[in-house]
Design a protein around this ligand. Sequence first.
Ligand SMILES: Cc1cc2nc3c(=O)[nH]c(=O)nc-3n(C[C@H](O)[C@H](O)[C@H](O)COP(=O)(O)OP(=O)(O)OC[C@H]3O[C@@H](n4cnc5c(N)ncnc54)[C@H](O)[C@@H]3O)c2cc1C
Length: 453
Amino acid sequence: MSFGNHYYFPVSTTSFPKWIDRIMTSNINGSLPQSANVVVIGSGFAGTAVSYYLQNEIAGDQSIVMLEARAAVSGATSRNSGLIKPEYHRNHGEYVDKFGSKVAGQLVNFEVDNMKELARILTLDSDLNEKADFQERIHLDAYSNPRSSETAINDFYAFMENEEVSVDLKRKVQILFGDLAKQLSNVPTTPFVIHYPNGSVNSYDFVTAMLTRAIQKGLALYTNTLVEEVQQLDSGVWKVSTSRGELFADKVVFTTNAYTQGLLPEFSKSIIPIRGVSSQVNVRNTGNEHSLSIGSDIYVPQSKNLLYSSLGELEKQTNFMANYNTVDDSTVSSQSLEYLQKNLGKVNSLATATATSSSSGIMAYTDDHFPYVGQLSELGKLNAYILAGCNCSGLSRMLLCAKELAKSVALGSELSDRVPAPYKVTRERMGLVDKLMQSVLNEREIRETRARL
Ligand SMILES: Cc1cc2nc3c(=O)[nH]c(=O)nc-3n(C[C@H](O)[C@H](O)[C@H](O)COP(=O)(O)OP(=O)(O)OC[C@H]3O[C@@H](n4cnc5c(N)ncnc54)[C@H](O)[C@@H]3O)c2cc1C
């Protein structure tokens, strides 16, 4: 049984980013169906991808209903910068220490396979391909913080030494030092850059096109329908209570991302909403066609404008408390706008560029960087499934998570081992202490102690 916590429900007063000119709603009037085989909660990339695979490739004649609190795809998926950035070397040292080389290699290969899956579904469907506007390009990781550059070097060499990673991939991930790195990235403070192949999509157009495909195959989407409570009855059937009445389901799928603890308080320590911001910048790119990241700031050339997303306030810890543990994406604070504009200046070629419109987005932070994927049987809930907590890597991991989860939902089977073990739902993972908050508090204490001395 679970009871909703209103504080973590999506806020109704939000609006879409200004660069989105088309809003998708569905079945906003009339009553809900009384029952369905499967109810999917949330219409972001996660809910859409699970429904797409259920309807397109797996579920046969099961009835599938999707419930979305606001307009379709109005969460983080409509507010990100569209960068598909597999982790490859990032955090690799930590993963080898924690899980060993084999699992660390599997984590890398899973993201490589996700890129292949994206290519597969785009090749199958020309309309989806056109909407996705998928661009393959090179990504540069640049650094302005000595501590994160030291970690990046360790991660890079841990990745290169891991025999579970193919030589072919290692050849594609390269490091450049000194002036060459500064020139290539236009970031004068960076001691080196790590560059590797990645891609970008128009996230909103891509996901709404996938959703349209799922609807054409039979998915019933009800937008403007807030799920307020989800309860498993003694019979095993799920009672889903919404702002528009109740419906009953054999199976329920939580694709609620940063809002998960609103319906599943068991995740209150393990999936934490953190507010970031995305901006359209009045130039096409950063001086070259590469995408670029500096810490948690991401710069992505899109068809019309550069999109700049920032969760960098986390690292800098300015304004941290205002953005931590909040689901309010209706406003962008003036401090965040200042931060954005100031940080554009970290890139030489953007010194005179302007962030023309900005929008908040709620990221689902998990302490170990991984999403939660699978059945909720460890929590005593049967026929309940989750795909949530994608941090800032949703686009590079979602498809295969969703495909494997959809199989598990349709067949009632265990999640396959194709999904890396660190993504699976365990009580042990859920009990992790929130290191991010701890490190912020520690850093604050250090700074305040220094200031007092
Ligand atoms: C500023 C920012 C920039 C980002 N940039 C990138 C990037 O460049 N690349 C990348 O890979 N990732 C990026 N991300 C992360 C990426 O956006 C997410 O990983 C991905 O979109 C998550 O999709 P989702 O479906 O899990 O969540 P969401 O898109 O947030 O969808 C969850 C949906 O569930 C609905 N919902 C929740 N609770 C309820 C309820 N009780 N009842 C009904 N509906 C409910 C919400 O309204 C929402 O529509 C970024 C995130 C942010 C915030």
